[in-house]
Design a protein around this ligand. Sequence first.
Ligand SMILES: [Zn+2]
Length: 108
Amino acid sequence: MAKTPAERQRQRRERLKQSGTTRRDWVLEPEELRMLGEICIQRRPGRTPYSENEVIGLLIRKNYKELQKSLANTCQRCGQALPVSECIFDGENSCLLTTVRLKLAIKA
Ligand SMILES: [Zn+2]
């Protein structure tokens, strides 16, 4: 017997859940949504555009790699290895936490 669309959708969700994927519900501003659509198309000229899901996933992976490189540092002042959230020298230019904080922030 043929499955109903609802049954197929439920099975699809179950398969995705079992493979470890999760669904997220984000809020995007209209401008961000427009930019996402353009990224999907403009990053694959002459080819099938990326899906929004692919772009988000790839950007997360790309940013994570860059972040891990930035975190592979040790403070010359106190000797702590990143990631650290506290240092008694925080605020001094010689403290890695002070300088890296500016580097790690996502700038628009
Ligand atoms: Zn330090």
